[in-house]
Design a protein around this ligand. Structure first.
Ligand code: HQG
Length: 190
């Protein structure tokens, strides 16, 4: 039991490093991504092992991709390439599906960002897109990563009517380039 638990912890830890490499810093494993965000699996495994901090083989990588709680990564058809489904800061085109959004989506953030967001709306900061959640509970979780959470309701019906474009990633995260403050309403959480 203890061993199974330790292995699960290792998978999560290695998964976090994979997110860093596949979304932000491929050079941390001495590799590069192509224009669609793909990394060669063999190069990735070699690069991760060369850091000396992780042990990765094909089987473990398959297990990380399969078991990841947010389905953050995808393989191509023959599993020779892998990429992150969303969340990038480096400019890659992961061929996101453009899609009409539900009338309302949510954005969770930290209280410390609220006054700035109230002024300038939501901007992607270091990432390529603003990330939106389809339910309040998820937004609270995302916001809690930044301290005391604050949740905004995003009037997507109005945004879509005004010509703003939305995308849905393979792992079902809603993305858009920015959300001006006029479309935001701060929720009063109990
Ligand atoms: C905030 C995780 C001041 C924004 C999560 C956020 C998510 C502003 C922070 C995904 C602002 C950026 C993304 C403004 C936005 N003034 N602050 N005008 N506009 N911000 O981590 O949305 O687990 O880049 O509210 O679950 O927190 O990594 O974005 O608080 O889906 O797969 O600037 O990352 O997914 O922080 O998180 P982040 P996020 P993973």
């Amino acid at each position: 039991m203890e061993m199974i638990h330790t292995m699960a912890v290792d998978l999560v830890k290695t998964g976090k490093f994979l997110s860093l490499i596949l979304r932000h810093h491929p050079e941390a494993a001495g590799i590069s991504l192509d224009e669609h965000g793909w990394a060669e699996v063999d190069a990735l495994i070699g690069g991760v092992n060369r850091t000396g901090n992780y042990h990765l083989d094909r089987e473990t990588l398959e297990e990380i991709v399969r078991s990841n709680n947010k389905q953050r990564y995808s393989f191509n058809a023959d599993h020779s390439l892998i990429r992150a489904n969303q969340g990038h800061s480096i400019p890659v085109d992961v061929e996101l599906e453009q899609k009409a959004p539900p009338d309302v989506l949510y954005h969770g953030t930290g209280e410390k960002f609220a006054s700035s967001i109230d002024r300038e709306g939501l901007i992607p900061k270091s990432r390529l897109y603003v990330h939106l959640s389809s339910d309040v509970e998820t937004a609270v979780k995302v916001g809690s990563r930044h301290g005391r959470p604050v949740v905004y309701e995003v009037d997507c019906a109005k945004m879509a009517a005004d010509g703003y474009v939305f995308y849905l990633s393979v792992n079902k995260v809603w993305l858009t380039k920015r959300v001006p403050a006029a479309y935001l309403r701060k929720r009063e959480e109990k």
